[in-house]
Design a protein around this ligand. Sequence first.
Ligand SMILES: *[C@@H]1O[C@H](CO)[C@@H](O)[C@H](O)[C@H]1NC(C)=O
Ligand SMILES: *[C@@H]1O[C@H](CO)[C@@H](O)[C@H](O)[C@H]1NC(C)=O
Ligand SMILES: *[C@@H]1O[C@H](CO)[C@@H](O)[C@H](O)[C@H]1NC(C)=O
Ligand SMILES: *[C@@H]1O[C@H](CO)[C@@H](O)[C@H](O)[C@H]1NC(C)=O
Ligand SMILES: *[C@@H]1O[C@H](CO)[C@@H](O)[C@H](O)[C@H]1NC(C)=O
Ligand SMILES: *[C@@H]1O[C@H](CO)[C@@H](O)[C@H](O)[C@H]1NC(C)=O
Ligand SMILES: *[C@@H]1O[C@H](CO)[C@@H](O)[C@H](O)[C@H]1NC(C)=O
Ligand SMILES: *[C@@H]1O[C@H](CO)[C@@H](O)[C@H](O)[C@H]1NC(C)=O
Ligand SMILES: *[C@@H]1O[C@H](CO)[C@@H](O)[C@H](O)[C@H]1NC(C)=O
Ligand SMILES: *[C@@H]1O[C@H](CO)[C@@H](O)[C@H](O)[C@H]1NC(C)=O
Ligand SMILES: [Cu+2]
Length: 575
Amino acid sequence: MGVHFECPKFPIGLLVLCLFASLIIAPSVEARIRTYNWEAKYEYKSPDCYKKLIITINGKSPGPSILARQGDTIIVNLKNSLLMENVAIHWHGIRQIGTPWSDGTEGVTQCPILPGETFTYKFDVDRPGTYLYHAHYSMQRDAGLYGSIRVSPNNGSAEPFTYDYDRSIILNDWYHKSAYEQATGLSSQNFEWVGEPESLLIQGKGRFNCSPSNADVCNSTNPECSPYVLTVVSGKTYRLRIASLTSLSALNFEIEGHNMTVVEADGHYVEPFVIKNLNIYSGETYSVLVRADQDPSRNYWAAINVITRKPETPTGLAIFNYYPNHPRKLPPTTSVPAGPLWNDTDYRLEQSRAIKAHHDYNDRPPPTTDRMIIFLNTQNTIDGYRRWSVNNVSFFFPHTPYLIALKENLTHVFDQTPPPTGYNFTNYDIYSVPENHNATNSSSIYRLQFNSTVDIILQNTNMMNRDSSDTHPWHLHGHDFWVLGYGKGKFDPFKDPKNYNLVDPIMKNTVPVHRYGWTALRFKADNPGVWAFHCHIESHFHMGMGVVFEEGVEKVGELPQSIMGCGEIKGFHRP
Ligand SMILES: *[C@@H]1O[C@H](CO)[C@@H](O)[C@H](O)[C@H]1NC(C)=O
Ligand SMILES: *[C@@H]1O[C@H](CO)[C@@H](O)[C@H](O)[C@H]1NC(C)=O
Ligand SMILES: *[C@@H]1O[C@H](CO)[C@@H](O)[C@H](O)[C@H]1NC(C)=O
Ligand SMILES: *[C@@H]1O[C@H](CO)[C@@H](O)[C@H](O)[C@H]1NC(C)=O
Ligand SMILES: *[C@@H]1O[C@H](CO)[C@@H](O)[C@H](O)[C@H]1NC(C)=O
Ligand SMILES: *[C@@H]1O[C@H](CO)[C@@H](O)[C@H](O)[C@H]1NC(C)=O
Ligand SMILES: *[C@@H]1O[C@H](CO)[C@@H](O)[C@H](O)[C@H]1NC(C)=O
Ligand SMILES: *[C@@H]1O[C@H](CO)[C@@H](O)[C@H](O)[C@H]1NC(C)=O
Ligand SMILES: *[C@@H]1O[C@H](CO)[C@@H](O)[C@H](O)[C@H]1NC(C)=O
Ligand SMILES: *[C@@H]1O[C@H](CO)[C@@H](O)[C@H](O)[C@H]1NC(C)=O
Ligand SMILES: [Cu+2]
């Protein structure tokens, strides 16, 4: 195992000892290899008091944190002990420069890891920041396979802010139905929507209101489902690395009575701004600074609430515990923070627009683009199946991963017809229920000219129910992109680019497209490989809401044999 410290939150004596120990064994300054041996398996757990089978890594969900230093090489030996299920892990936000086969996207960059096998991921963490890992095999992330990656700057670079303590907190939503039940419902002609999650989790802990009749599976007094406790010392400043890996929900995070200063987004320093409530979409990470400057004689709630969809899930709660109050002492307030109005789109748009690059870390985008692709996001029916499409095309995976197919010139294993790039949606009414039931599903991909500058415009629309438009967090693998702008209504390709922010746009890897709105991104296609770009909502991606980009695949080095062994791979057999 690599150097890896997770201090327990209490008891306090142990916490102090542990912090002291982590100082003595401070990581060395030069780049190093950090090796982790992980075993993924199913175990019964009750993260919200409701007992179900979940996937753990070394017995934990969230799994162990990866704590590294910029420039380190990470090696994860992952043993699949799921007995009857494949697995793959994606390293979310890590660009995989030179190691596109370690991206962990089953069907795109590798074959699935079979039960009983051990697969080795090896990649460099080239930039400081807050990142994630999670399953990327069908809807497996829902089963609890996720964790955080924290990369600290090397000794050559300081950060543009200071703090006393650093904590990682992953937010999640939680279903009692298994990922199998969900996927099956979505893939049936007799479509069954997954519905709203039963509970919200903060660092893997939540609380479902058990009924006395199901005490055998749901037990409110089970200590496993006690709330997450964040212990703070009065007067100190905490860097909270808040990340969301929800299946469906957009969330709003707040700490009762405390403001937060946003300083990092998806691994990039932000020009600091103060907020009371943070909107966070699945796949995003933020660092906020919080000063423990309120009345220290009591505890406070840290809370998450569902936004963008009408909430049917109770507020997720953790305890913001001022030392030396007892960590379990409930805050005196009778009502828990309710968050902002779930349907206040303007407020969310405003916060998205407030996120700008820090003035000292402002890597400006190229002023012009080589190619602009507008992605119209629509809900459709294809052969009686409910699907999501991008420009009339609903994505589905081929049996042979793209990276292997492209390197081995296997042109018959996926649809070679280029997807429609000049999609003309001039007459498309984004506010009405889609009339076009003739979208097609396809495994076709977008081939980008290596090193070219590409603009993507995400255009949101009305879904198949009246007056409904969901927020979609799109995540790009292998890259960060500049967020050039957000708009309301229909994108105007002639007028709107004139208002792009080319001065200080933030770079991110995940970005929301708001209800009935558009979002414009720019990136350089300079990372040889094959990269997924998809909605980070598990059910939406499962329903076809994604695309795949290829760039410079001829520059990719020899592929490791370990990623092969599925689909139609000429001349290769798993030993
Ligand atoms: C870190 O510091 C050491 C010793 O001062 C130096 O040799 C090394 O080059 C530094 N590394 C980086 C990445 O700045
Ligand atoms: C619920 O959990 C508590 C504490 O672990 C235990 O004492 C109790 O027996 C459990 N109730 C049931 C019905 O299993
Ligand atoms: C939070 O920020 C607002 C706006 O800047 C300010 O009015 C308020 O006093 C701050 N609250 C705390 C608890 O610092
Ligand atoms: C927002 O939703 C509430 C109900 O949750 C509703 O009363 C209100 O009219 C909605 N506001 C807008 C602007 O749609
Ligand atoms: C695939 O095609 C490219 C370009 O024609 C060629 O350079 C390469 O050697 C081929 N690779 C294989 C494995 O056949
Ligand atoms: C798009 O469609 C509109 C309406 O049909 C038409 O006027 C316009 O010329 C088309 N634009 C392009 C670029 O084809
Ligand atoms: C969809 O396809 C059906 C049958 O193929 C055809 O009758 C119908 O006109 C098409 N609808 C549109 C909007 O193209
Ligand atoms: C989308 O599909 C429908 C039905 O096949 C077709 O009429 C329409 O032209 C397509 N739109 C584009 C932009 O390809
Ligand atoms: C895609 O569409 C084709 C033709 O309608 C159908 O045969 C195939 O099963 C579909 N595949 C998926 C994954 O939906
Ligand atoms: C890619 O573009 C950069 C300039 O943006 C240039 O310096 C570099 O040489 C190009 N690389 C290749 C392989 O074309
Ligand atoms: Cu979506």
